[in-house]
Design a protein around this ligand. Sequence first.
Ligand SMILES: N[C@H](Cc1ccc(I)cc1)C(=O)NO
Ligand SMILES: [Zn+2]
Ligand SMILES: [Zn+2]
Length: 295
Amino acid sequence: VFSITQDALVRQSLDLVNNRNIANQIQQLEDYGSRYHTTNSARQSVVDLKTKWEGLAAGRSDVSVRIVNHTSTNMPSVVMTITGTEEPDEFVIIGGHIDSTARGGNSNNAPGADDNASGIATITEAARVLFTMNFKPKRTVEFMAFAAEEVGLRGSKEIAEDYKRRNVNVVSYMQLDMTNYKGSSNDVYISTDSYNDDTLNDFLVDLMQYYNASGTHKITYGTSQCNYGCSDHYSWAQQGYDVAFPFEATFNQSNPNIHTTRDTFDRSPTPNATHAAKFAKLALEYLIEISNGVT
Ligand SMILES: N[C@H](Cc1ccc(I)cc1)C(=O)NO
Ligand SMILES: [Zn+2]
Ligand SMILES: [Zn+2]
């Protein structure tokens, strides 16, 4: 069962989150013009993210970054692994999709700022903070940026199936897909669809009550349901792993611009990615507590 044991490290990490980094990366990803899975710019965005993640991990011999090629799409995914010091065969994973789409098959104008540059920028900032702290997890931690989510969760489906086939012990999986559009009264909405794990969801609530009840790092929360396999965490749930999906708003108040040419950073009501920064903090609490709270 999950417990809160890493106060000092978590509180240090929360102070290091910088929303400006997230904002800059959302804009960078939007600037590819399209990350639709059939485009060269989508492939380029994945290769560039690998380079960026390698730069963050510079000097860390316990870190590796790999491109994962797929059969169901020409777009690759990218995975960064921080090998655990004590339980390296136990994996704590966080991910999101890096592809974008725009209705009407406008595959050359799919900015995808909120869906899902925001999620990729959020997990990248969490990684940057961990490396700044020289954090060395007891369990293995992985960051994943998936291809082709918008056309049927294809990248995450292939990777989750491979992990199951290899009997990888995934302790938990967290999805970040759309983190920067504050459409509802609370900040974070925990998805309570049946395929999400209640114990993991309860732990996320415990984390926010313990670390984010008030002050600079305050995060308010609610629950929401998408009522279908609405993002990559579903691929992991289908393999029997425990998953959670903290989301930007309630289903009917989420970003109305997604899947259109209007999904741009300048249309976000939260300038400077202050909404996404809250998800980076929750991500750090999740990663540090579960990867280091080994009993
Ligand atoms: N369907 C998802 C967006 C999405 C996810 C969850 C909820 I609640 C509402 C909307 C998507 O487009 N992912 O790329
Ligand atoms: Zn989408
Ligand atoms: Zn998405």
